[in-house]
Design a protein around this ligand. Sequence first.
Ligand code: BG6
Ligand code: MG
Length: 215
Amino acid sequence: MIQAVIFDLDGVLVTTDSCHYKAWKRMADEEGIPFDEKDNLRLRGVSRMESLNIILEKADRQYTESEKHDMAERKNAYYVQMIGDLDQEALLPGALSTIYALKEDGVKIAVGSSSKNAPAILKQLQMEDLFDAVADGNQIKNSKPAPDVFLLAAELLGVKPEHCLVVEDADAGVEAALAAGMRVLAMGSASGNQKAHLRSGTLNDIDLTSYIKNG
Ligand code: BG6
Ligand code: MG
């Protein structure tokens, strides 16, 4: 019996996944490090520093810890600048209608995001009061594919992991949800993930409330 749905944020509720890519791309171009959309798939769902380390696999020299710190800061500054004018137009298809339908059915909802910018994005979109709990990159040590952020969200909700369903667009997030012992809907760029219990292109292509009532 599903009692709660935990949504990833970037690429599930909001189009900010493309802002992460553009900000990393700008930084990588400046450094002359090859980086493209295919490389970016490995960055989905993982933390800022882990993302940088993946990008640096293609660099032709070693970077010091201090240089890495500066590069991560620079990417984040580009990202923060980009999300500065986000509004509800940035919400992905089906995001709001799914949230409202679940709430109406008494299903608890939470955000489970690796991003340290998640609270700022929710505030900017005036969505911070919509969720029963928010777990994000500021509160956890190990980011996806570790289960930490989803286990924290479940704990904040007071719902057992086996009664939670996660919605994810990243393979690392699907792994994290499975490691947490939760059910998972893989969507967007993870919609081909065969390990997930459910798959759909967008949240508009699936009736989560019926699935929860019948499943
Ligand atoms: C995840 C994104 O939600 O957050 C990743 O999918 C990103 O691409 C990660 O690296 C960390 O984000 P931030 O905002 O803390 O740099
Ligand atoms: Mg995501």
